[in-house]
Design a protein around this ligand. Structure first.
Ligand code: M6R
Length: 633
């Protein structure tokens, strides 16, 4: 899950490569490296840096050499600790072949042993270094680049996007793609390659998304593409209308805080986008009219790769995702089942791929992902495509691999999310899926025009509560609550029904940025074991619901905690006095339509967790061990 950038042209490339790397930091920030073939002699010059979040910056400041062909890498460690030896590029024994790698080589131990037996010496504990030695060994055997690459791709298993530099071919970038994205950019007397075109989007808009299972030999003015069996392959040049816009924190201390505050606008944009999506008519008039326009228009269904008939006959909805997107999907399960009355299942992408698959007619699969690049979700999508199932990407990134590979797509309008901890992607996913549930319900006759209109209004109201509740508690959290709760070593989170996946999201937020241990349970499970953990040193956070029956069950769970001298933090709604009175620390929000209770609580929960972490002084936007986009399985 690393970032790769390379350039070949007639001008020095260090600046372009390192600038590209800094844009790909979201793919990992453990270490970074740059290698080029020096202008003054035909040998490699390189530099690698490890540690923390600033290796790229240090490279930019300290690398002085340059070349007309070069490549860089930003790493998220999978094999081997974070240190300089394990940073990319990796080299063969003679140090005349360099490689940067994104992905995982399966069975690399076996290849490594064979190569060591042949006399190769390794300098790192990465799977990636194996590739440098293997390609070197194959090249000695075949003495031909093309034949070497065919043999290499036959041997390598797993997922890999690779770029090689050979001192012997000082004008050629050698690029291989198998299940990990790679994009080629065509500029004036210059070719660029990267794992995400954002790396070079200010230089060219003409790109080739390398097809899977291909390799390419690229000079400053030629591209030769081959399939893994060595046959020449044609390619398509696409114009991409998107430029990297440097974002600043606009006065906020962290991107996470800025993104928490952007949610109201992001939700409004998402709902408006949902309403106008695919509409071929001039949009004028009231919200009411938008919905009726859409009802007549099947542009939305076409974009989703569906038809009105398909929607009417829909029997199962499946959502597949990871992390925060999985929590949003679990919340959305209640939307589809309650609003459209369609049985809905939610799968963790990393588990789904290895489960038995049952082909159920009239099913659709929503792949929910902020980035549209998460490897587990992407592989689940590919598996479903191979079973000829209907896949739909629900993502924030229009240019993502999922949008390209799914049969249909729908975009949240969160805008770029920089902080590793997902905030506005979560709230816009919930909003989009709530809207979509109503829209499907409308098509199937489960929902009336008026209800559709109310749903759109309720979303805006939830967005309003999301923001105003932060303002209501801001002072208390910053001054009093965050300093107090930052002193605890562990927390328990509880929810029931629709607030259970929300409690899971809250626990994940606390874990990933504050590094405080947080355990989440469905509140009804407390008495089946976890209640043994309750004591005065372990705050228990309960998230309420607006369903009367379930609310009363939650009150019982809160009583169970208090009876064991537990310390209770409660997120509740106005009028829920029984629960509020039990709490040592109550947060009270205005009431909202029950299914949107999690959305309303989102901002306050995130703000609370953010400020606990701020007290601890951690790197909030780039927490340890994490990367924004998880592009390895
Ligand atoms: O880009 P995706 O939504 O597919 O990412 C899924 C998870 O990796 C992501 O939500 C992760 O859990 C976040 N860091 C949570 O804040």
């Amino acid at each position: 899950m690393c970032g790769i950038v390379a350039s070949v042209g007639n001008k020095p490339c260090r600046h372009v490569v390192l600038q590209g790397l800094s844009r790909l930091e979201y793919r990992g920030y453990d270490s970074a490296g740059f290698v080029c073939i020096d202008q003054n002699h035909p040998y490699f010059s390189f530099k690698k840096e490890a540690g923390g979040v600033a290796p790229i910056q240090r490279l930019i400041e300290t690398a002085t050499f340059d070349g007309v062909i070069g490549m860089g890498h930003t790493r998220w460690a999978t094999h081997g600790v974070v240190d300089e030896d394990n940073a990319h590029p990796h080299f063969n024994c003679k140090k005349n072949i360099a490689v940067v790698h994104n992905g995982i080589v399966e069975g690399h131990d076996e290849i490594r042993s064979q190569l060591i037996n042949q006399g190769h010496t390794f300098n790192s504990s990465t799977d990636s270094e194996t590739i440098a030695h293997l390609v070197s060994s194959l090249h000695s055997e075949y003495n031909d680049l093309h034949a070497t690459l065919v043999a290499l791709t036959t041997r390598l298993k797993g997922a890999y996007a690779l770029i090689f530099l050979f001192e012997q071919y000082p004008d050629t970038l050698i690029v291989v793609r198998h299940r990990s994205p790679m994009v080629i950019g065509i500029a004036e007397q210059q070719m660029l390659v990267a794992s995400d075109f954002l790396a070079f989007s200010d230089i060219t808009k003409d790109v080739i998304f390398m097809p899977d299972n291909t390799f390419a030999l690229i000079t400053k003015d030629t591209i030769k593409l081959f399939t893994f069996d060595g046959a020449p392959s044609s390619y398509q040049v696409t114009k991409v209308d998107h430029t990297h816009k440097p974002l600043d924190k606009e006065g906020f201390e962290h991107y996470m805080l800025k993104e928490i505050y952007e949610q109201k606008r992001a939700i409004a944009r998402t709902i408006n986008f949902c309403k106008i999506i695919g509409s071929s008519v001039e949009l004028e008039g009231t919200l009411h009219n938008f919905s009726s326009i859409l009802q007549q228009n099947d542009a939305l269904w076409r974009q989703l790769g569906l038809t009105k008939d398909r929607i009417k006959n829909l029997r199962y909805i499946n959502l597949i995702s990871a992390g925060t997107s999985w929590h949003a999907s679990r919340i959305a399960q209640f939307f589809f089942e309650t609003i459209c009355k369609i049985p809905t299942r939610v799968y963790l992408a990393s588990e789904f791929r290895y489960m038995s698959f049952f082909d159920e007619p009239n099913s659709i699969y929503l792949m929910v992902s902020q980035s549209g690049e998460t490897a587990d979700t992407l592989e689940a999508l590919r598996l479903l495509n191979s079973f000829e199932q209907q896949t739909i990407a629900i993502t924030n990134v229009a240019s993502s691999t999922m949008v390209r590979e799914a049969h249909g797509f729908m975009l949240m309008q969160a805008g770029p999310e920089i902080s590793v901890a997902s905030t506005k992607a979560f709230s816009t996913q919930i909003s989009l899926l709530y809207w979509l549930a109503h829209r499907i319900g409308l098509e199937r006759g489960e929902v009336g025009q008026e209800q559709m209109h109310h749903a759109e209004e309720a979303l805006m109201l939830a967005a309003e509560i999301l923001e105003t509740s932060i303002e209501n508690y801001k002072f208390k959290i910053v001054q009093e609550l965050a300093p107090h709760y930052a002193t605890f070593d562990r927390f328990i989170f509880l929810g029931r029904h629709i607030s259970y996946p929300f409690a899971m999201e809250a626990a994940l937020k606390l874990k990933e940025i504050s590094y405080i241990f947080a355990q989440c349970y469905p509140a009804g499970e407390l008495k089946h074991g976890p209640i043994a953990l309750v004591d005065e040193k372990t705050p228990v956070v309960i998230f309420s619901v607006l369903d009367e029956l379930i609310y009363h069950k939650l009150v019982s769970n809160a009583n169970e905690v208090k009876a064991r001298k537990g310390h209770l933090i409660v997120f509740a709604f106005e009028g829920q006095d029984e629960l509020i009175n039990l709490a040592d620390c109550p947060f009270v929000l205005p009431r909202i339509t029950p299914l949107l209770a999690p959305l309303a609580m989102t901002g306050l929960m995130q703000f609370f967790v953010y400020h606990i972490t701020r007290q601890l002084g951690h790197s909030i936007d780039k927490p340890r061990n994490l990367a924004k986009s998880v592009t390895v399985e």
